[in-house]
Design a protein around this ligand. Sequence first.
Ligand SMILES: CC(=O)N[C@H]1[C@@H](OP(=O)(O)OP(=O)(O)OC[C@H]2O[C@@H](n3ccc(=O)[nH]c3=O)[C@H](O)[C@@H]2O)O[C@H](CO)[C@@H](O)[C@@H]1O[C@H](C)C(=O)N[C@@H](C)C(=O)N[C@H](CCC(=O)O)C(=O)O
Ligand SMILES: Nc1ncnc2c1ncn2[C@@H]1O[C@H](COP(=O)(O)OP(=O)(O)OP(=O)(O)O)[C@@H](O)[C@H]1O
Length: 494
Amino acid sequence: MVKRLQELADLLPGARLLGGDAEITSIERDSRRIGEGALFVCISGAHVDAHSFIPNAARAGARAILTERETVDVPDGLSVLHVQDLQAALDVIVPYFYDYPARSMRVIGITGTNGKTTTSYLVRAILRHAGKRVGLIGTIQIMMEDEVFPTANTTPDVIVMQQLLAEMRARSMDTVVMEVSSHALDQGRVAGIEFDTAVFTNLTQDHLDYHKTMENYARAKARLFDLVSEAGTKAGKTAVLNADDAASATMRAHTRCPVISYGVESKADLTARDVHLAQDGMELTLVHGEAEPVKLHIGLTGLFNVYNVLAATGAALAEKMPAADIAAALCAFTGVPGRFELVRAGQDFSVIVDYAHTPDGMENVLRTARAVTAGRIIAVFGCGGDRDRTKRPIMGRIGAELADIVVLTSDNPRTEDPAAILDEVETGVLPVIGAKPYEKLVDRRTAIFHAIGRAKAGDTVVILGKGHENYQILKGGTIHFDDRETAREAIGGL
Ligand SMILES: CC(=O)N[C@H]1[C@@H](OP(=O)(O)OP(=O)(O)OC[C@H]2O[C@@H](n3ccc(=O)[nH]c3=O)[C@H](O)[C@@H]2O)O[C@H](CO)[C@@H](O)[C@@H]1O[C@H](C)C(=O)N[C@@H](C)C(=O)N[C@H](CCC(=O)O)C(=O)O
Ligand SMILES: Nc1ncnc2c1ncn2[C@@H]1O[C@H](COP(=O)(O)OP(=O)(O)OP(=O)(O)O)[C@@H](O)[C@H]1O
């Protein structure tokens, strides 16, 4: 990819180019990723001034910088492109620079508080069963067919996003399935992407540290439905909406393309009946309009996963996948890492590791565990640091109400004092815990060993919050930590 800096400047009314034209071969916001010919975009973080990395960027081969700052000192030979609004400039120049890669493939965007990852994995499985080459962008990882790449965000920033899409185009992906977070929609990370199918899973409390109110949070999510409604270069746009979630009304109000609705309680285009849950799977019958109902046995469990299956089926129907491929792929699906994942190490009780880290996610998982457990439920959980504090007491209350034994512990405390986070969670626990056994153990390993040590035949230990993550983010840095690995070790020591 090569473009002239002047060509990019010409796209931006009011931009000033200082220091002359240059040939640009990539756009980067991180000086550590820069190679010869890059345009270094100075986006500062909460604690870091990105302009301080200009010398590093220059040494690594940058030819120019893009900044909002009026005056910037740069080493000789580096051009400066000055703009009034950095985000608005990136929205325009980044997709242009990478030649709008999203126009070369079908794009399925999935938004909602919970269920994005699970739904995206289900959609990927169906499309691949139907012979499509599929890319995936989401919380756990990025995939291009079977090849896996790491990621820092659920939805990467606009620069990494366009680079990934360009790579997917180079590898001839037919479709990309993408989790679209509310942060991404608010920050323009999906600028220049033409969505073909947009899916809404649900809206419950999360991320209020960022959005402040549920109305703002819903509005951010609704942006995806503005985007899928825009006329573009491809035909056949569809919104897939959860009819049982009240916030779908907001999504629908932003939708100006055909809708496929799904639900269990409300009247919808796509529904499920005869649902039977077991610990390691479920049976259900999919009903889609006049079509013959299809009975399925799937390796996922929980009513919340019935919704994810319906959402994924809706997306597959929107993408015109054959019914036979949808059914076969769902039946062959074995689950998503860290989502209601059973840890089996020969023990006579169950251990479930689950990524639930919102009040709603936690309630769903604990209720599902209860429905498939003969004995007691032992819940191990905490809440993340530097993120939405208002959910802490709520999650504490849910844990204390729905489990028989509660073990509070750390979950990525980040820069906060882990014990202080647990104290906030505890304000929700104490009013409802009654005589149930309850512990506060800051060290997550100790907490998991304690919970597993208390389990008897028929009980279920539910370890919540981290799912697939194999790290713990502490004030002093990030350490290796994997709930599944630790649980196995604890079971081995019994
Ligand atoms: C709080 C936050 O949003 N942080 C995001 C931000 O990092 P940052 O601003 O802290 O970066 P920084 O380390 O301060 O650096 C500032 C700038 O200097 C640059 N830099 C830094 C170091 C260096 O040596 N050279 C250099 O150029 C960085 O590239 C950056 O532009 O920019 C990074 C690059 O885009 C993001 O990966 C990072 O997301 C972090 C991981 C994060 O946790 N974000 C959350 C809030 C988020 O976005 N979550 C949503 C939703 C998830 C969900 O649904 O649950 C998501 O989509 O992930
Ligand atoms: N449809 C759903 N409704 C409510 N809770 C759900 C649903 N699907 C999954 N969950 C719960 O939320 C957790 C996270 O699921 P998943 O990773 O699919 O969601 P997500 O939207 O990708 O989350 P995140 O963006 O935070 O990564 C699961 O482990 C499960 O506990």
